[in-house]
Design a protein around this ligand. Structure first.
Ligand SMILES: NC(=O)c1ccc[n+]([C@@H]2O[C@H](COP(=O)([O-])OP(=O)(O)OC[C@H]3O[C@@H](n4cnc5c(N)ncnc54)[C@H](O)[C@@H]3O)[C@@H](O)[C@H]2O)c1
Length: 376
């Protein structure tokens, strides 16, 4: 089995999720290339060393520019804050590396365009880690829609709720908290959480035609960890928007980090002519399904435990009835990426697909600024 030598940039939440996935994938999926944890990169040497030791990376770098130039790296994985995605991806593409980039693709559409251009020109395989597509129950929703089970789709409804930024004492900037700093994140819940909802929605329900949005920044100033000064907050703390899809369906999306009690409530529901589907991240192995064509008094919502061998991805795991979790969606991401290398049918979303999600995010923010409907 040939190796696929990974150069990892960052050592936080996603770097851990991806490193775990690279280590596991060849134990469970019949892949032809085996990911090898080659180089871990962090600016701080001790942190890079400690991360490399924990996960089994062979060596470290403290400068991502050096990592992307190394001959012993085949694929660069970008797990750094959003403001680094574009710069790193352009350099990695130029160096001829495959690129796996965390979401959102970029800070804005213009950066995203440059990234798509760069991977096209360099002809390097690329993928963006919108991992919720690869939760078996969500993949099953896609299969049901493609099989025509829902018929014409009328409604798409999604929300992603959290509550971790409600304290006014929480600073902006630095590890984890870069999400509150518009200079590092590009936007707030729109690029962070709604980007996931939009990616899933586009995958399941096609392209968005136009949006009408409102955003709010509830806490207007926070101390900045890097400057030590109290600075204006430039991100959206909450965002809700209406959308019209090209297939004629109507949609509502909502996200906030001010929904007390909710840590990561990502839910969506789709209503079609014949059937409806609902999914909840906190019951991620279940798909709720209602089919109007079921006859008689037993017609009703059924809750499908998506753990059988015939369900997407599940034949690679345990025996029917046993669940898998959040981290497995990343293992599936690597498995699909590797399969794409073998078959030539690139795993989705690639950079070009993720750029379409970035366009919707940008239209949402633009609509909120202008207070009117915006075409995507
Ligand atoms: N797919 C998902 O569900 C999901 C979940 C969380 C985060 N993300 C995305 O993943 C990316 C990283 O987020 P995270 O939660 O892992 O953040 P994090 O704060 O946990 O980790 C970010 C890492 O980047 C490192 N970093 C920053 N600047 C660097 C530089 N110049 N060189 C090398 N390393 C640098 C930091 O030291 C840190 O280790 C973001 O783009 C985020 O939007 C995606």
């Amino acid at each position: 089995m040939a190796d696929l030598r990974i150069g990892m940039i960052g050592y936080g939440f996603m770097a851990r999720a991806h490193s775990n996935a690279y280590r596991k994938v060849s134990n469970f999926f019949p892949v032809k290339r085996k990911p090898v944890l080659q180089v871990a990169c962090a600016r701080n040497e001790a942190s890079a060393r400690s991360f490399a030791d924990t996960w089994g990376y062979q060596t470290i770098e403290t400068d991502w520019q050096k990592l992307v130039q190394r001959d012993d790296v085949d694929a660069v994985d970008i797990c750094a804050p959003n403001n680094l995605h574009c710069e790193v991806a352009l350099a990695a593409a130029k160096a001829g590396k495959m690129i796996l980039c965390e979401k959102p693709l970029a800070m804005d559409v213009e950066q995203g365009r440059q990234m798509v251009e760069a991977v096209k020109k360099a002809r390097v395989p690329n993928m963006v880690w919108y991992n919720y597509r690869r939760v078996p129950a969500v993949t099953m929703a896609k299969e049901l829609i493609e099989a025509g089970k829902l018929g014409r789709i009328f409604h798409f409804r999604a929300k992603f709720l959290q509550d971790w930024t409600m304290s006014a004492d929480l600073p902006q900037g630095g590890q984890g908290l870069w999400r509150l700093d518009v200079g590092a994140a590009g936007s707030g819940v729109t690029g962070d959480l709604l980007a996931h909802c939009i990616d899933t929605a586009r995958w399941l329900n096609g392209e968005v035609d136009q949006v009408s949005a409102m955003t709010e920044t509830f806490i207007k100033e926070r101390k900045h960890n890097l400057t030590g000064k109290v600075e204006p907050v430039g991100i959206d703390d909450a965002c809700a928007f209406l959308a019209r899809f090209q297939n004629g369906s109507l949609a509502t999306f909502e996200s906030t980090r001010y929904a007390r009690g909710h840590k990561a409530q990502y839910v969506f529901e789709i209503n079609g002519q014949h059937a409806s589907i609902a999914w909840d991240l906190q019951e991620m192995h279940r798909l709720e399904y209602f089919d109007h064509r079921d006859e008689g008094p037993l017609r009703g919502w059924r809750s499908i435990h998506v753990t059988d061998g015939e369900h997407p991805y599940m034949s690679h795991w345990w025996v029917p009835g046993l669940q898998i979790g959040y981290e497995h969606s990343f293992v599936h991401g690597v498995a699909d990426f590797l399969e794409g290398l073998e078959t030539g049918r690139a795993a989705q979303p690639d950079f070009a697909d993720a750029l379409a999600t970035q366009r919707v995010c940008q239209a949402v923010l633009e609509s909120a600024r202008q207070g009117k409907w915006v075409k995507v």
